[in-house]
Structures are given as structure tokens and as C-alpha cells.
Design a protein around this ligand. Structure first.
Ligand SMILES: C[S@@+](CC[C@H](N)C(=O)[O-])C[C@H]1O[C@@H](n2cnc3c(N)ncnc32)[C@H](O)[C@@H]1O
Length: 128
């Protein structure tokens, strides 16, 4: 989403969702895109999941169907505000991915979608 629409789409969720839905058509639609990352993993309901750079909850709506313990982390207060409204059953943390307030091995699974392109290489901690 690194286009002229980026700032606008972060401000207006309907625009973000429309672009995301359009882009997801290439893999079979939004629901399939939202589940692709863990489709072939062996996971249990006790799996503690971090949705890194969760945005306003686009993927979390699918994550919470599989995992009861999902935490969304994002640096943008507006995105988190929308996420809390869109997916109230998840936990939320406002922080930068580069300095997360969690101890080592706090999560079993880290999920992230459509976010790495926004970071400089080599900046994310790997001690989850
Ligand atoms: C394109 S959105 C993706 C949202 C969601 N994961 C999805 O699949 O639609 C990227 C998100 O990454 C967040 N983000 C970008 N850089 C970040 C960083 N360094 N730390 C935390 N969040 C970051 C932005 O605030 C934004 O909500």
C-alpha cells in the first residue's frame, strides 16, 4: 500500500478496506488472505499469538476465530482505536515493533501482514 493512497487509507478505513479487498482477490479473497499465514501450521487453541502491526484489525478478525489469546500491536493510536472497535475480543498494545514491551518467548506465534515494507531492514527484535 506504499502508494499515494497510503496516508488517506490510514485515515479512512473504508478506503483501506476497499484497497485490501481488491489486492486480496489475487489470492482468493480477503478471508483466504487473512488465514493463509497459518493455514498449514499445527497450532492449538492455547497458542498465544501476536499480531504485529495489526492496523485496525483486518487480520485479527480471522485470528480470533482460531486463537482465543491474540494481542495486536501497532504504533498508530488511530489504528488501535479502530481495532478495539472492530475486534473487541483481542488485547492491544501501542508500541513500536522495534521496541516491544514483552519478555523473551512471550508469544508462541507471531503473525504480521502487509507491514514489513514500512520498516527499515534489521530493526525488529527477534526474541519473542
Ligand atoms: C498496511 S497496515 C497493515 C495492517 C494489517 N496488518 C493488515 O493486514 O491489513 C501497516 C500497519 O503497520 C503499522 N506500523 C508500521 N510501522 C510500524 C512500527 N515500526 N511499529 C509498529 N507498527 C508499525 C502501521 O501503523 C499500520 O497500522
Amino acid at each position: 500500500m506504499a502508494t499515494i493512497f497510503r496516508d488517506l487509507s490510514y485515515r479512512y478505513q473504508c478506503l483501506y478496506d476497499a484497497i485490501a479487498r481488491l489486492a486480496a482477490l489475487s489470492v482468493g479473497g480477503n478471508a483466504r488472505f487473512g488465514q493463509l499465514a497459518w493455514a498449514n501450521l499445527t497450532v492449538s487453541a492455547e497458542t498465544k499469538v501476536l499480531d504485529l502491526c495489526c492496523g485496525s484489525g483486518q487480520t485479527k478478525q480471522f485470528l480470533v476465530q482460531y486463537f482465543p489469546d491474540v494481542t495486536g500491536l501497532d504504533a498508530a493510536p488511530l489504528s488501535l482505536q479502530l481495532a478495539r472497535k472492530n475486534v473487541p475480543s483481542a488485547n492491544y498494545v501501542e508500541a513500536f515493533a522495534e521496541s516491544m514491551p514483552f519478555g523473551d518467548c512471550h508469544f508462541d506465534l507471531v503473525h504480521s501482514s502487509v507491514a514489513m515494507h514500512e520498516m527499515r531492514s534489521g530493526t525488529i527484535a527477534t526474541n519473542l
